[in-house]
Write a protein that binds this ligand. Structure first.
Ligand SMILES: [Zn+2]
Length: 549
């Protein structure tokens, strides 16, 4: 829900009932559209509460877009606008279906008479409205709801994304985020035309998704006794927990679909599993003797699920069956990162599996797990994504690699013909600091990724044109060990999310980038963030420049 924040008197003075020409002196669209042509500067389209939405084809094709317009209309006029299937005079927003365009491509034409949007279907039309949302001056969102008319410039935009995958990952295990907070994250993503939400749902520190067949996963595995303070220096003594019911999940999946976002759920296999092991100790190599407890510390717990016992595979298959039914997207992320294989070395079940299958070592045992889970998910019509560690013992040609320990995993994958998503920590880990010690940036895990560094990501680095075809896209990640509140979450996210969104949408070749232009647009966009009630870091890079209010 968009909130009105008119805290700054400067903006209050701009709260006009009709926007004037000087408000349109420049555009600050982010991501930047592929082509933008300005029309007659003396002419305007008047957007009013009487403007009518026209869809000449099926209403459902344009539902996300029409919902997005209605949200804007309510925000600036205080009322929804009419919808119709036939044009009757001027002053319309007309959706036209154009099958010659790509899935996410659109044209947006603002003429003195009408706004005309061409797209193949939902996504393109939705992105046209996200662009329109930024063409509308920020003051319109900050004014009290009494705007009667909004003059828009004459303009034509032709636009489409460079990458099909433009993602953001949120860790909901170290800290748990409410359904409302997740929806706000999806709103933030949608505004930046990002289309994949990677939802990290299981961890050592808590299992967060209801699985009907295994109720203890949430009754026990979602709870931890307490949480470490600082960098594992003490304990807060406060029990912590939370999980999403399957009803919550369906609600969020629907909310995401309405914003043209596909959710990729992540179920960690075989490491990062103490939440599950605390609920069902037989999953671990040490079984009932394991004394497993959902972890209160940060880091990588040494415990791991047993890859020797068939019962573990039955569990994974049951869990993934429910997950596959809940999430309509083609991908399920199966983790695979930071799996400590030491317990496998001394587990008779795991060693037997290695022997029976002629495997060389524990790394190959992890590959056995990955390949077997992948085959199972293929039968369910799903593909897998794994963190780059799944390359270590060999991986099937159909697995997609998420490159996080630098770009090397993605480069290796692309060179051997596996699809890859680039999310190297040095550019894409937003739990890293973005300032050099400002008070409003709380204790973080470490690292340093200021806005410029995020924007410097080159997902094609070291790849030939042929290999570049295997880069599906880019993603930024937010691990939440040191992020306990929504305000800090959004602070870490914004404005850096805009950098990865732009790399994903625009041609990411270094020679095509305009860093200063990007920073300037990012600053302008931060005014919208505040207007929508989102927190945002109040500086942009190492020299600590304040946003020029
Ligand atoms: Zn074992």
């Amino acid at each position: 829900m968009l909130k009105k924040i008119c805290t700054l008197s400067f903006f209050l003075s701009l709260c006009l009932t009709t926007m004037t020409a000087q408000d349109y002196s420049k555009f600050n669209l982010l991501p930047q559209p592929a082509e933008l042509t300005r029309g007659n500067a003396n002419s305007r389209f008047e957007f009013t509460p009487q403007t009518t939405i026209i869809y000449t084809f099926g209403e459902n094709d344009f539902k996300p877009a029409t919902n997005a317009i209605q949200e804007i209309a309510v925000n600036i006029f205080g009322t929804k606008i009419k919808c119709a299937t036939k044009v009757n005079g001027d002053n319309n927003i007309i959706f036209k279906k154009n099958d010659s365009l790509a899935e996410e491509e659109y044209t947006l034409e603002i003429t003195p008479e009408n706004i005309i949007i061409n797209s193949k279907g939902s996504a393109g039309a939705f992105y046209a409205i996200q662009t329109l949302k930024q063409i509308i001056p920020v003051q319109a969102y900050e004014t009290p709801i009494d705007l009667k008319k909004l003059s828009l410039p004459i303009i034509k935009i032709t636009d489409k994304p460079h990458f099909a995958y433009r993602g953001f990952m949120l860790d909901c295990s170290r800290h748990f985020w409410s359904v409302e907070t997740i929806k706000e994250v999806l709103d933030i993503m949608a505004m930046h035309k990002m289309n994949r939400f990677h939802w990290h749902l299981t961890e050592d520190q808590g299992w967060r998704i209801e699985i009907k067949k295994y109720p203890l996963l949430t009754q026990i595995g979602s709870l931890r006794e307490q949480t470490t303070t600082g960098k594992n220096v003490g304990m807060d003594g406060i029990p912590y927990g939370g999980y999403y019911t399957q009803k919550d999940i369906k609600e969020i999946v629907k909310y995401a679909q309405e914003r043209c976002i596909t959710i990729i759920p992540e179920i960690e296999i075989p490491g990062h599993s103490l939440g599950a092991l605390s609920a069902y100790p037989w999953l671990g190599c040490r079984g009932e003797e394991g004394n497993y407890k959902t972890w209160s510390n940060w880091g990588v717990a040494p415990e791991i699920a047993c890859a020797g016992k068939e019962s573990t595979f039955e569990f994974w298959e049951d869990v993934l069956s429910e997950v596959a039914n809940l999430f309509p997207g083609e991908y399920i992320h199966i983790g695979g990162d930071e799996a400590p294989r030491d317990e496998w070395k001394i587990c008779p079940h795991c060693q037997q599996r290695i022997k029976d299958n002629g495997l060389k070592n524990e790394a190959e045992l992890q590959s056995y797990v990955t390949n077997r889970i992948e085959k199972f998910l293929h039968k369910k019509g799903k593909k897998i994504i794994g963190w780059d560690e799944i390359l270590e013992g060999g991986v099937s040609q159909s697995a997609t690699i998420m490159s996080w320990r630098g770009a090397e995993g993605g480069i290796t994958a692309a060179k051997k013909g596996n699809y890859a998503i680039m999310t190297p920590s040095g550019h894409c880990y937003f739990d890293y600091y973005q300032t050099t010690g400002r008070d409003d940036e709380h204790l973080s895990i470490g690292g340093y990724v200021p806005l410029r560094k995020a924007y410097e990501l080159n997902p094609y680095d070291q790849l030939s044109p042929e290999e570049q075809k295997f880069i599906l896209g880019v993603q930024c990640n937010l691990w939440t060990e040191y992020i306990p509140t929504k305000m800090q979450l959004q602070y870490k996210l914004l404005p850096r999310l805009g950098a990865i969104a732009e790399i994903g949408w625009c041609n990411p070749a270094p020679e095509t980038k305009d860093v200063e232009g990007f920073i300037g647009r990012s600053k302008e966009l931060s005014r919208y963030y505040y207007a929508f009630g989102w927190n945002c870091a109040k500086h942009f890079y190492e020299d600590d420049v304040q946003i020029g209010w």
